[in-house]
Design a protein around this ligand. Structure first.
Ligand code: S3P
Length: 428
């Protein structure tokens, strides 16, 4: 797709449901007894992969037509999943493979998990290790610590895991396995990662506690099906927030966006950069959400490091685009995890911003961007990574000349209607 400089953005928009929360609603809905209705379900390829896996495990799922976005899961209870007759394909979804591994480790049957080329390159030792400590029999069939993963169902034991990663996928895999353990399971993180699993286990009636950075889950809960309303995905809203900040004379309102404090680091960074952003009409329904008003702003560089990093990890590609348009230096540290996402995002950001003539230098765990100089349109490789494609579609809106994004259709992973929604805000 080809993008060009935009004159102004204005209007009101609602972004699709949160990806992380949609996955967890399907998973807990399947393990609960009774019906779970998921409103504002995200019809992205990743969440459809999660549904597909549970259908292969014997769970019945009904979907209304897309605009209403209601998916109904007929829960089978904690011990009601059935052995799949084929391997489970998670597609591109890291959340699906890692969280499902935790669930499948404690079943009374064996299973195999696999996914696309990107998934088969992503590190799985981070879940193999703690799950094995719980007594799980989980192995990488190619012996390279990547998918395909073979899981032989086992009785699990509760552990206290001190996680070396600030990863919600690792934490959630262990907590989900903990539902099947013989005693309580705890996970301690250095810096808190997104807590949607914890909130959702509690919402479905499980027993789960948080003390400092340690989460403890009790085994064998009776989970009851619920009505879940998924808030808009802040990670999707992030692209429009950035677009309105960098395109002059813009003002947009994004409705019903999740603002969970374990996810809202970008909002804090944007304010620190001098961005005009207002959080309006705050509400709570299982998760906090609000409307976000954004106006074009003169931005300046900042340093991003430490505890805030896990709360904006998926927004770093679009934050680096903001940094290119901000005066002065932006330094990003403690973000080595970017190298093991759907693509090596650190390399993708550096290569693509460099080709747009932005002054950017990679470091082992981040990057240094000297922004505020003209940005040039060019050809961008998305690396079939949805967040890279969307970030550079936004970068194009402030750049001189045309920007062509190769593989732009990969946005279907988290935001199938992204380009149409962006188009609806652009006033030329
Ligand atoms: C996610 C956790 C994060 C994030 C991913 C979604 C989740 O990954 O990058 O897009 O839903 O738990 P890590 O846990 O690997 O940081």
């Amino acid at each position: 797709m080809i993008f060009k400089k935009a004159n102004r953005l204005s209007g009101e928009i609602t972004v699709p449901g949160d990806k992380s929360i949609t996955h967890r609603a399907v998973m807990l809905g399947a393990l609960a007894t009774g019906k779970t209705e998921i409103h504002n379900f995200l019809y992205g390829a990743d969440c459809l992969s999660t549904i597909d896996c549970f259908e292969k495990l014997g769970v019945q799922v009904e979907s209304s037509s897309e605009p209403e976005g209601i998916v109904t899961i007929h829960g089978v209870g904690l011990h009601g999943l059935q052995a799949p007759s084929a391997s489970l394909d998670v597609g591109n979804s890291g959340t699906t493979i890692r969280l499902m591994s935790g669930i499948l480790a404690g079943q009374e049957f064996d299973s195999m998990l696999t996914g696309d080329g990107s998934i088969q390159r992503r590190p799985m030792l981070r879940i193999i290790e703690p799950l094995s400590m719980m007594g799980a029999d989980i192995s990488s069939t190619l012996d390279n610590n990547c998918a395909p993963l073979q899981i032989k169902g086992k009785l699990l034991n509760g552990i206290h895991y001190i996680s070396p990663y600030n990863s919600a996928q690792v934490k959630s895999a262990v907590l989900f396995a903990g539902l099947y353990a013989d005693s309580r399971t705890s996970v301690t993180e250095k810096n808190v990662s997104r807590n949607h699993s914890e909130l959702m286990i509690d919402y479905f009636g499980g027993e789960i506690y948080m003390e400092d950075t340690t989460i403890t889950v009790c085994p064998e809960p009776t989970l009851i099906g619920q009505r879940v309303v998924v808030p808009g995905d802040l990670s999707s809203a992030a692209y429009f927030i950035a677009a309105a900040l960098i395109v002059p004379n813009s003002e947009i309102l994004i409705k019903n966006v999740g603002i969970n404090p374990t996810r809202d680091g970008m909002l804090r960074v944007v304010k620190e950069m001098g961005g005009h952003i207002e959080i309006l009409n705050e509400q709570f329904d299982g998760e906090p959400f609000a409307d976000i008003l954004v106006k074009s702003s003169a931005l300046h560089g900042v340093t991003i490091e430490g505890a805030i990093v896990p709360t904006l990890i998926d927004e770093l590609p679009i934050i680096s685009v903001l940094a290119a348009y901000a005066d002065g230096q932006t330094v990003i540290r403690d973000a080595a995890e970017l190298r093991v996402k759907e693509s090596d995002r650190l390399e993708a950001i550096v290569d693509n911003l460099s080709s747009m003539e932005v002054d950017i230098t990679p470091t082992p765990d981040g990057m240094i961007i000297n922004g505020g100089k003209p940005v040039k349109g060019t050809v961008i490789g998305s690396r079939l990574d949805h967040r890279i494609a969307m970030s550079f579609a936004i970068a194009a809106l402030g750049a001189e000349g045309n920007t062509e994004i190769i593989g732009s259709e990969c946005v279907k992973i988290s935001y199938p209607g992204f380009y149409q929604d962006l188009e609806s805000l652009i006033q030329n």
